[in-house]
Design a protein around this ligand. Structure first.
Ligand code: TRP
Length: 450
């Protein structure tokens, strides 16, 4: 689909949903959501996250879709077409920096997935206590070269797919794999609900203690909403440039957001009952799911088969996400800087390799390099997800709400009047007022300015 510029179009509605969901569903849902929820008070985090998904997420997703389809262009070209004057292309630069930062730390975690896939195959994950799983992850993540090797391997796989322009193949594969992933998540959910810690786990996730909602919960829930929906850096805009004129923008955005959120919640329902059953602290951080999931699988009949299947599916889900984020800088280098696709892909991967190496090593030999207590890995994660994506989203919503021609918005949302959309006004209202001011308020409160 994305390999050349003749702007092919998705032929079916399912194709649209499958591709946007393929980008959205990934480590963000299964690895990042539980660890963020765990460190930010469970229910308090979930409710704040859901508010951001509906108040900002879906409207900004609609904005990215409208702008992408209306201009048939990447984020730079889109802003240039719609507003040739001004400095709007800077939003594109934010997107490029954010996409490369995310690709760097994301590849480290995708590398962990590969290690766990490998360990499931060799039987190394058949341990007998939660402490042993904890020790296993610690040993692996602080190993001098193993995590780095997997990071590099993952980036090479991503590179080969993107440079050969065979995304279509991987997308087709992910269209089959995603429903299987969904199914096995449901099976794991049922299993978790039968655990002794189920009640405690569900209470942790679903009964919010509103007094816990402070600025740090809001910043991370907002970051998670943007991260999980692949919003704020032009990924969804690029994908929407391939939508056909029949694609129903509001419906597609809503379905994508609902499926994505469902996967995150399923993941929480799998993890937290187990967390309380196994006596793990929910505030483990990035290690959480890698220490808990293998123990869940180990206790299932046919344990290692589940584990192999799961880590393989997670690897494919990560790949369809990194392909989508690679496309942002590659589209910039090829369409704006007139580089060949080969050169652009090499450049994108080379930069990610350098930063990915720093992120991988920040668990061992570079762990003494910290800013405000955060390692390089955490800084990359925090700055890109919690600051750059919402900032990008704020500019996109402000642009769509205040500067886009009203008839452009109308034509895009209603497919030139051929479909009825009841929520047009609500979307415009959010883009104009709710999203930009909301994002600024969260930023200000995190800086202790309000
Ligand atoms: N949404 C993906 C996930 O949850 C990650 C991702 C892919 C992404 N493309 C993105 C995040 C663009 C931000 C921006 O795993």
């Amino acid at each position: 689909m994305l390999q050349n510029d003749n702007r092919a179009q998705f032929s079916t509605r399912l194709g649209v949903i499958a591709t946007t969901v393929g980008s959205a569903v990934g480590l963000g849902n299964i690895w990042r959501f539980p660890y963020e929820a765990g460190t930010h008070g469970g229910g308090a985090f979930l409710i704040t996250y859901l508010c951001f998904i509906f108040a900002f997420g879906i409207p900004i997703l609609c904005a990215e879709f409208m702008i992408g389809r209306g201009t048939h262009s990447n984020i730079f070209g889109a802003f240039r077409q719609l507003r040739s004057s001004g400095k709007w292309h800077w939003v594109g630069y934010i997107g490029i920096v954010a996409s490369i930062m995310i690709l760097s730390f994301y590849s480290v975690v995708a590398g962990w997935t590969l290690e766990y896939l490998y360990q499931s195959i060799t039987g190394a994950l058949n341990l007998n206590s939660q402490e042993a799983y904890h020790a296993q992850f610690q040993q692996f993540s602080t190993h001098p070269w193993r995590p780095l090797l997997w990071t590099i391997l993952f980036l090479i796989v991503n590179f080969v797919i993107v440079i050969r322009g065979v995304q279509k193949g991987i997308e087709r594969m992910s269209n089959i794999m995603m429903p299987i992933l969904f199914l096995i998540l449901i099976i794991f959910c049922v299993n978790s609900l039968l655990m002794p810690g189920a009640k405690e786990g569900l209470e942790f996730l679903f009964s919010p203690d509103f007094s816990k909602i402070d600025s740090s919960v809001m910043v991370s829930a907002m970051g998670q909403a943007f991260f999980s929906l692949s919003l704020g850096l032009g990924t969804m805009m690029t994908y929407a440039s391939y939508f056909s004129k029949e694609t129903h923008i509001v419906k597609s955005a809503t379905i994508t957001a609902c499926l994505d959120t469902t996967v995150a919640i399923l993941s929480g329902v799998i993890i937290f009952p187990a967390v309380f059953t196994f006596g793990v602290s929910p505030t483990q951080g990035p290690a959480l799911v890698f220490e808990v999931l293998p123990n869940i699988f180990n206790q299932l009949p046919g344990g290692s088969l589940w584990s192999i299947l799961f880590f393989f599916l997670l690897f494919i889900a990560s790949l369809s996400s990194t392909i989508s984020m690679s496309e942002v800088s590659i589209a910039y280098f090829t369409e704006e800087k007139k580089m060949s696709r080969n050169k652009a892909t090499i450049l994108n991967t080379a930069i990610a390799l350098i930063f990915g190496t720093l992120c991988a090593l920040s668990f061992n030999c570079l762990d003494n390099i910290t800013i405000a207590g955060m390692t390089i890995f955490s800084i990359f994660d925090y700055v890109s997800s919690n600051i750059l994506l919402p900032a990008g989203g704020m500019f996109i919503s402000f642009f769509a709400g205040w500067l886009l021609d009203r008839s452009f918005i109308h034509n895009q949302l209603t497919n030139n009047g051929s479909v009825k959309v009841r929520v047009t006004k609500a979307i415009i209202f959010s883009l104009k007022y709710v999203a930009p001011t909301g994002i600024i308020l969260v930023f200000l409160s995190s800086l202790k300015l309000i």
